[in-house]
Design a protein around this ligand. Sequence first.
Ligand code: SAH
Length: 212
Amino acid sequence: MINFLQLRNDMIDNQLISRGIFDELVIRAFRDVPREEFVSLDLRNIAYSDCPLPLDKGQTISQPYMVALMTQLLSLKKTDNVLEVGTGSGYQAAILSKIVQKVYSIERFAELVAQAKSNLKKLQINNIELICGDGSCGWEDKAPFDAILVTAAAPDVPEELINQLADGGRLVIPVGEMHMQRILRIKKKGKGIVENYYDSCVFVPLVGKRGW
Ligand code: SAH
């Protein structure tokens, strides 16, 4: 029998805290979400590896550290209205759902939406509204958002996403070339924005109206 709890705690110590993840809400969320439930059966034994893992439809569940870094950069508090673009397995959405009251998430592949819904239901996570569609222009009806997280690589920052941020809102998005990007955080301040770049990364492409 694999001791997933032990693997999870080791991952949090060796991959997250040791690399500078300090937000207690983020760390607690990682303790609460069993990552092995978000990968296929044949990958469960390596669910806590320090790397992305394949999902169906040629997509990937991000490396745990990348999920933690992006979540920490959102500076979340419980009452925040949060949008994720690129649901994939639902793992990142599950992490967000442990920190805030309500999460909206959009995924373009119906098959992945169905899998994510089933993964989340099994864990009795009920505060995520999940739809199938192109999230590259955000989710106008649910805006404004305090935080928007894009988990696919964009060529540029979609203007619609900035428009859907509340004043003081944060957008975290991998931006760059098709095969290499950097994590960008944008904070909206009144009519202006403040931009900061973080780690290099390689995400699957954001495909859609404002993607590739
Ligand atoms: N956050 C996911 C992993 C994301 S992989 C997890 O925790 O498992 C990126 C996902 O973004 C893929 O599933 C891909 O299909 C999706 N995607 C790409 N472009 C999209 C778009 N325009 N709208 C919605 N989803 C998109």
